[in-house]
Design a protein around this ligand. Structure first.
Ligand code: HPA
Length: 246
């Protein structure tokens, strides 16, 4: 069974034929909402809205540990996260869908590991390649199979939020080698690795990052909404194809 974590604009999956909802508790507290089970293209899928079903949980307050733990307990074969980002690299224009291959973490103060407290031995996970290569390939192949263009490589920056960045911060982040910027990619990806879950991200460029393109002087939230609605229709098609190959 595949798990899908939906981000901004994707608090529900219209293509999901819902069979049941399950409210769970974990040793790390409650996930963002009930797990929604159902089928896409005849295949079992479990869906979780990262920001809650009413979109009320900001990026820095998401209980990433509970979310990943809850999905792990369902014995999912992989987690596909959908997330919106600002575009920095020239080809990362609003509406583009990318499948990041690397991450830089600029977040702070988030509960970012399962390996703390108690008497457990010190554990360091390998995180050289933060996303699952086979799952990324499946996403890219699914997109190709349904004719949806995706950018196959992108370095993702996770910023703390909830505010957007300054233009100078984006300049610095770009010098670091970043292509797209979002607020939820970490610690989600690292926790998935700690939990030994295959994890990959579909990133939807919602806007030019601060100081770029038409975000030269400001980022307009209304524009973000509009772009997301259109692009998420494409993401749903990719997910449908992805699930049918599961
Ligand atoms: N910055 C950070 N996170 C985002 C952005 C952005 O410009 N757009 C969507 N999520």
């Amino acid at each position: 069974m595949l798990a899908i974590i939906g981000g901004s604009g994707l608090t529900q999956l219209s293509i999901l034929d819902v069979s049941r909802r399950l409210a769970v508790r974990t040793p790390y507290g409650e996930p963002s909402g009930a797990l929604t089970f159902g089928r896409i293209a005849g295949e079992d899928v479990v869906f979780l809205a990262r920001h809650g079903y009413g979109h009320t949980i900001p990026p820095h307050e998401v209980n990433y540990r509970a979310n990943i733990w809850a999905l792990k307990e369902q014995k999912v074969e992989g987690v596909v996260s959908v997330t919106s980002v600002g575009g920095i690299r020239a080809d990362m224009q609003p509406g583009v869908v990318a499948v990041p291959h690397q991450i830089i973490d600029y977040t702070w103060g988030r509960k970012n590991t399962y390996f703390e407290g108690g008497e457990q031995p010190v554990t360091h996970i390998d995180f050289t390649e933060p996303y699952s290569a086979p799952l990324r390939r499946r996403i890219i192949d699914a997109a190709r199979a349904c004719g949806e263009p995706v950018v196959e490589n992108a370095v993702y920056a996770a910023t703390q939020g909830p505010r957007l960045e300054t233009a100078a911060e984006i300049n610095r982040i770009e010098r670091d080698g970043v292509d797209v910027v979002g607020m939820t990619g970490m610690p989600e990806a690292a926790l998935a690795r700690e939990a030994e879950l295959n994890y990959a991200t579909i990133a939807v460029v919602a806007n030019f990052a601060a100081g770029r393109g038409d975000s030269l002087h400001a980022i307009r939230m209304e524009d973000i909404e509009q772009v997301l609605q259109q692009s998420l229709a494409r993401v749903r098609r990719i997910i449908e194809k992805l699930a049918s190959r599961a």
